[in-house]
Design a protein around this ligand. Structure first.
Ligand SMILES: [Zn+2]
Length: 105
């Protein structure tokens, strides 16, 4: 019985493994901690090809260096939410993924 709600990401199943943590750390180091999209400090190691029910058990997707990219939080949110939201200039996402008004800075 599998009761993953839509908010629970399939990838969470690998993100808690020690193999993933090791790979994540190595990849992070290889990118010098810099977001590959915008060049700002990044800390989210993301799968380019999203983890799905179909490929979560396929190490060529989940543990494939070529399928990784280092992103900062805004870029990660942009990727994750672009399917669901039209991104506007005056809104952004906070750490918990909530849509918030962008502060002017
Ligand atoms: Zn970025």
């Amino acid at each position: 019985m599998c009761n993953y709600s839509s908010s629970k990401r399939v990838g969470d199943r690998i993100y808690h493994t020690s193999a993933w943590r090791k790979l994540r750390r190595a990849y992070y180091g290889s990118q010098h901690g810099i977001c590959e999209w915008c060049g700002k400090p990044g800390y989210i190691v993301d799968h380019i090809e999203e983890i799905t029910e179909e490929n979560v058990n396929d190490p060529f997707v989940t543990f494939n260096w070529e399928n990784l990219q280092l992103l900062c939080l805004p870029c990660s949110n942009r990727k994750t939410f672009k399917k669901h939201f039209a991104i506007r200039e005056d809104v952004t996402f906070d750490e918990s993924g909530q849509l918030v008004k962008k502060e002017s800075y």
